[in-house]
Design a binder for this molecule. Structure first.
Ligand code: F3S
Length: 410
């Protein structure tokens, strides 16, 4: 039985206005569906559902109406990527019609009090919850990072439920907000070398498929970085429904007593090759031949940090690219990259550091691209079905070579 405080009851009864009432109705409905006993305050929210390509006019009107009803975020609320770079859309080739509708969506979110960060890595731009804090984040890779790497507590929120949490400052206490559901039920013993970002993506792809919605507990990944974990979690969230994992000796909850449930299953991973094969077969046409021309090489899924941009610059080593080369990132990170001289270095080679957007939710076919190469397992999972493009998945090194030569390296 869901119990509400006096303030929560007043929100539900309309005492805080129609916009807040609508938000509280969503939170309470979810709480009842999932058997929550109470609501908990959230310290931050990550809102998804930003691309105009997915929202359309109906979604835009929904946001405007909610803002019209007086709804405003009460807690820090950041925004997921949009469908274009909000400043450089013209240079990248996107249509003015789409760019204007996309800007209108972002404005509607701003009216609702959401910061227009337009990134799936809010933790790189100041939205960094502490261990044990309840938050309500949407966007599966960000959810995985918040739960696993930061030790915060969130379910995989949808767009409306995350926005409702921002407006009420509450979420229903079920799922990963509760200790019991944070215990691992799949022990993963990693016996294959996992030493590059695409290996972490490949591992995540395999484990996500096996784990489905169980919490994995990894052994054998000691010494991995936050960037490795970002990529691992994104891949598991895409191939399965993993929203939390633990890594022995690394993540904040991994060494808590009893974190590995006594009835856990065990998975041994000795070979990542099946993941590379599966991710390269994910095209709507027969898989690309090894010499197939690549049109676009995409880094930054999830959005790149400075370390990843630096790596691409180092591997390019001043060589000109024959394909389009985009590194997607948060605008704040792009500004840091500019200050560090990295943007100019990428542009000198013919590439672009692109802010605000995600290739998966962008109208990429407007630009005439047909084939994309990426070292992101999440990107490779979604590109064929969401962006309608053929995909090649490989290491960062292979992707840079593809950009320089215009063909996928054998
Ligand atoms: Fe981010 Fe888009 Fe990848 S939202 S995680 S860049 S699919």
């Amino acid at each position: 039985m869901l119990k509400l405080s006096a303030e929560e009851r007043a929100m539900l009864d309309g005492g805080f206005g129609a916009g807040v009432r609508k938000a509280m109705e969503i939170i309470v409905a979810l709480g009842r569906i999932y058997g929550a006993e109470q609501l908990v305050p959230v310290s931050s929210v990550q809102v998804a559902g930003v691309s105009y390509r997915n929202l359309g006019e109906a979604g835009l009107e929904f946001l405007r109406d909610w803002a019209e009803q007086g709804a405003r975020a009460r807690v820090t609320a950041t925004l997921n990527p949009a469908g274009v770079d909000l400043r450089a859309w013209r240079e990248l080739g996107f249509s003015e019609t789409f760019a204007r509708r996309q800007a209108a969506v972002v404005e509607a979110y701003q009216r609702l009090g959401v910061r227009p960060t337009c990134t799936c890595t809010p933790y790189l731009v100041g939205n960094v919850p502490r261990v044990g804090e309840h938050v309500a984040w949407a966007e599966s890779s960000a959810v995985s990072y918040a739960n696993s790497v930061l030790g915060a507590r969130t379910n995989r929120e949808g767009g409306p439920s995350a926005l409702a949490a921002a407006i009420t400052g509450r979420t229903a206490a079920y799922g990963l907000h509760l200790d019991e559901n944070r215990r691992a039920r799949l022990r993963v013993s990693v016996r294959s070398p996992v030493c590059t970002l695409s290996h972490f993506g490949a591992l995540g792809h395999l484990v996500g498929k096996m784990a489905r919605n169980r919490v994995p507990y990894f052994e054998g990944l000691e010494g991995c970085s936050d960037t490795d974990l970002k990529v691992l979690g994104a891949a598991m969230a895409a191939s399965g429904a993993v929203a939390l994992y633990h890594v022995a000796g690394v993540t904040p909850e991994a060494d808590q007593p009893g974190i590995l449930a006594p009835d856990h299953d065990t998975l041994v991973v000795e070979d990542l090759a099946p993941a590379y094969a599966a991710l390269n077969a994910g095209s709507r046409e027969p898989a690309l031949s090894p010499v197939e021309a690549i049109d676009l090489v995409w880094f930054g899924c999830p959005h790149a940090g400075l370390v990843e941009i630096e790596q691409v610059v180092r591997l390019l080593d001043g060589r000109r690219v024959r394909t389009a080369l985009w590194i997607t990132t948060a605008r704040q990170v792009l500004e840091q990259a500019e200050a560090a001289g990295l943007v100019v270095a990428v542009e000198a080679c013919g590439g672009r550091v692109v802010a605000d957007m995600c290739v998966v939710v962008a109208p990429m076919q407007e630009l005439g691209f047909r084939t994309v190469a990426t070292p992101s397992a999440k990107g490779a999972t979604y590109i064929p079905s969401h962006a309608g493009l053929l995909v090649r998945y490989g290491t960062v090194e292979q992707c840079v070579e593809a950009a320089v030569t215009g063909v996928w390296p054998d």
